[in-house]
Design a protein around this ligand. Structure first.
Ligand code: NAD
Length: 282
C-alpha cells in the first residue's frame, strides 16, 4: 500500500472516527479542523473510544499510546501539503466542501488523492472544482466509523481507475469492506436509508405512535438493531436534512421532501446526540 500519510478534514464525529481507524491501522494522520477546540474535541473522542477498546482487551496500552502518537492535530490546511490522501469529512454543505476542495487542490502535492466522506453530494461536481478531477473520489464511511464495516467507494465521472484501485486497497488495509458504487445523489446507502428515516419522522409528525413506539416497531418487527429515529439522532438531524435536500433537488422528485417536523427540529437546534436532544434526550 503506497498510502502512508492521511489528512482528515473536519474533526467531528466522522472525521475523528476516520482518523482513529487510519491510525489504528498504522497510518500517520493529520487531523484538521477550523479551530483548536474542534480538533481537541475530536482527539478526546478518539481517546475515549480507544480506552473502551482497551477495557475490552481489544488493544493494549502500548497500542493505544501508539495510535494517539500517530495523530497530529492541525488548524492550518497548509499542513496537509505532504499527505498521500486527504479525506474530507466536514459539514454536509456543498458550498463548504467546494471551498475545501479548492484549498486542498492548492495545498496538497499534485499526486495526492482528494477523497470526500460526503453522504450525498455529487463527487463529480466536487472533482470539477479542482485541477485534478481524476484524483477525486468518494470514500463514504458509516457511523460509528470504528464499528461499521462498510465503505462505499464512489467514482466521480472523472475518477482515474488507478485512484479507485488505490482507495479500495486502502479501505481494505484499514479493515473495512469497500463496495463499488456509482455517483448519484445519496449513492446507495443514503438513497435507501434516508427515505426510511424521513417516513419514520412523518409517522411521528402525524401522531401515529410515539418515538419509542416507532423505533420499537422497526427493531422488533424488522430486526433493525436500532430504530430509525434513534439512528437519525446518531447521524445528526442537520445532516439528515441536508441529505434529503440533496435527494430532493438531485432527482427533482417530491418523494424525497423532508418532513416539516425534521426541518423544525433543526431550526430549534435539536440536532440529535451531538446537541443532547433530538427525537430522544441524551
Ligand atoms: P459533524 O457536525 O460532527 O462535524 C463536522 C466538522 O466539520 C465540525 O467539526 C466542523 O468544525 C468541521 N468543519 C466545518 N467546516 C469546515 C471547514 N471549512 N474546514 C474544516 N473543518 C470544517 O459532522 P459529521 O457527522 O462528522 O459529518 C461530516 C461529514 O460526514 C458530512 O459530509 C456527513 O454527511 C458525512 N457523513 C456523516 C455520517 C453520520 O452518520 N453523521 C455518516 C457518513 C458520512
Amino acid at each position: 500500500m503506497n498510502i502512508k500519510h492521511v489528512g482528515v478534514v473536519g474533526a467531528g464525529q466522522m472525521g475523528s472516527g476516520i482518523a482513529q481507524v487510519c491510525a489504528l491501522a498504522g497510518l500517520n494522520v493529520r487531523l484538521f479542523d477550523q479551530n483548536k477546540q474542534a480538533v481537541e474535541r475530536g482527539f478526546a473522542v478518539i481517546k475515549t473510544s480507544l480506552e473502551r477498546l482497551q477495557a475490552k482487551e481489544k488493544i493494549t496500552a502500548e497500542e493505544l499510546a501508539g495510535v494517539l502518537s500517530r495523530i497530529e492535530l492541525i488548524t492550518e490546511i497548509e499542513a496537509l501539503a505532504t499527505v498521500d490522501i486527504a479525506i474530507e469529512a466536514a459539514t454536509e454543505v456543498e458550498a463548504i466542501k467546494q471551498v475545501i476542495f479548492k484549498d486542498l487542490d492548492r495545498v496538497c502535492q499534485p499526486q495526492a488523492i482528494l477523497a470526500t466522506n460526503t453522504s450525498s453530494i455529487s463527487i463529480t461536481r466536487l472533482a470539477a472544482a479542482t485541477q485534478r478531477p481524476g484524483k477525486v473520489i468518494g470514500m463514504h464511511f458509516m457511523n460509528p466509523v470504528p464499528m461499521m464495516q462498510l465503505v462505499e467507494v464512489i467514482r466521480a465521472l472523472q475518477t482515474d481507475d488507478a485512484v479507485f484501485e488505490q482507495v479500495t486497497e486502502m479501505a481494505r488495509f484499514i479493515g473495512k469492506t469497500p463496495v463499488d458504487v456509482k455517483d448519484a445523489p445519496g449513492f446507495v446507502a443514503n438513497r435507501i436509508l434516508l427515505p426510511m428515516i424521513n417516513e419514520a419522522v412523518f409517522t411521528l409528525y402525524e401522531g401515529l405512535a410515539s418515538a419509542e413506539e416507532i423505533d420499537t416497531v422497526m427493531k422488533l418487527g424488522m430486526g433493525h438493531p436500532m430504530g430509525p429515529l434513534a439512528l437519525a439522532d446518531l447521524i445528526g438531524l442537520d445532516t439528515c436534512l441536508s441529505i434529503l435536500g440533496v435527494l430532493y433537488e438531485g432527482f427533482s422528485d417530491s418523494k424525497y421532501r423532508p418532513c416539516p417536523l425534521l426541518k423544525q427540529m433543526v431550526d430549534a437546534g435539536y440536532l440529535g446526540r451531538k446537541s443532547g436532544r433530538g427525537f430522544f434526550t441524551y
